[in-house]
Design a protein around this ligand. Structure first.
Ligand code: GMT
Length: 373
């Protein structure tokens, strides 16, 4: 098949999933065209069957801002026409499904099928703006197929939009060959020179991640046992997190590592992943942690309970309940047998989200869409 993919190129689960999907489809022999505003961060080395079409927007003195999304729509139209794409799979309704709709309008009767995957933020955050909501609705309703990454996200979309067409849940996935716990781990020695427990948080430090809850939970855990906190990623709340760690007198036990590529090696050094989000349509990082045998201490937000099995592969608490999260973390960290059982169950649970099966599912959906056009 000839498939186009558009996604956010920057750090984030949607870009990671879209890029891994594109790479897997290319490995299966499909021609994959990324139509993007930057090189997707998970793209890695050159791979056969992958083409990158980067959108460049000129700025003109007369325009207040550069017409980025319109330029993307025009680029999509160009690539669809030039490579005769059969599928354009966009990740996020805003702006990508709207751009895809415009692109197809530009080409009049081109048979390309538009698949939109909802990842959360457009539904759970952007849709609060009534103007954007109308656009998001347009993107959703003019797609030929809409998928969402969790049942929770489907329910929220129905509640907000009551869209005319149905949606299909296709979970995010993880490559189990790549994401597995490595035992020879240099990071562990660095983080835990005296056998301290290692708690980890990985995110883009947006307010919805509640990074201050990560620190408060860690503070309570550290009161009763020697522990270190590793913070990976960057984003708007990073500075505040750094300041809070100083104010709480924990700076020596917290390592800020910034944006990192070696996520598997880092996760392999962790005893627990902390994910206390306020909103989380899926929680890809929880899945990746579980694949590396890391149990999750998190919140009951959105799709997290569909990924992390409470009482088996992690322990979940109401949003903001840092006392409960700390209690849960201590329960796992102070009982090696319990931790090992959770760690094994976490890996087994991750196997239910294996990349090969979920990618094959997407492939079948594309084929059905093309046949029905
Ligand atoms: O969580 C973020 O801030 C990043 C965002 C994104 O655009 O990548 O993540 C969303 O999509 C991921 C992939 O489907 C999900 O795993 C995340 O749960 C979802 N984030 C939110 O719903 C807040």
């Amino acid at each position: 098949m000839r498939i186009g993919i558009s996604c956010y190129a920057t750090l984030g689960g949607s870009g990671a999933v879209a890029t891994e999907l594109g790479k897997a489809l290319a490995a299966r022999g499909h021609e994959v065209h990324f139509i993007v505003s930057g090189i997707p961060f998970r793209l890695g080395l050159y791979q056969e069957n992958i083409f990158i079409h980067e959108v460049e927007t000129a700025s003109y003195p007369v325009l207040h801002s550069s017409p980025v999304d319109l330029a993307l729509a025009a680029k999509m139209a160009d690539v669809i026409k030039h490579y005769d794409l059969q599928i354009l799979h966009v990740h996020y309704a805003m702006p990508y499904a709207v751009c895809a709709f415009l692109a197809r309008e530009m080409l009049y009767n081109h048979p390309v099928r538009i698949v939109t995957t909802l990842h959360g933020t457009d539904i759970t955050v952007l849709a609060e703006d009534p103007l954007l909501r109308r656009l998001i609705r347009l993107g959703i309703e003019r797609s030929d197929l809409v998928t969402a990454v969790s049942n929770s996200l489907i329910e929220q979309t129905i509640e907000l939009f009551g869209p005319r067409q149905s949606m299909i849940k296709i979970s995010n996935f993880v490559d189990l060959q790549l994401y597995k716990r490595s035992t020879k781990n240099e990071w562990r020695k660095r983080f835990s020179p005296n056998g301290e427990k290692v708690l980890m948080h990985i995110s883009n430090f947006r307010p919805v991640k509640r990074v201050s809850d990560v620190l408060k939970t860690f503070f309570k855990v550290r009161e009763t046992l020697p522990a270190k906190l590793i913070l990976i990623g960057e984003g708007p709340d990073l500075d505040a997190a750094w300041r809070l760690s100083e104010e709480m007198g924990m700076a020596r036990d917290i390592h800020f590592l910034g944006k990192r590529d070696e996520v598997v090696a880092l996760l392999s050094a962790a005893d627990l992943l902390l994910l206390p989000s306020e909103k989380e349509s899926f929680g890809l990082v929880a899945l990746e942690a579980m694949a590396c045998g890391v149990p999750v201490i998190g919140s009951l937000a959105g799709g997290i309970p569909e990924v992390v099995e409470h009482g088996k592969t992690g322990l979940l608490s109401p949003i903001g309940d840092v006392d409960d999260m700390a209690k849960n973390a201590r329960a796992l960290l102070t009982n090696d047998r319990l931790w090992s059982a959770y760690s094994r169950a976490a890996r087994a649970r991750a196997a239910q989200f294996s990349a090969s099966e979920i990618v094959a599912g997407y492939e079948r959906l594309y084929e059905c869409l093309i046949e029905s056009s």
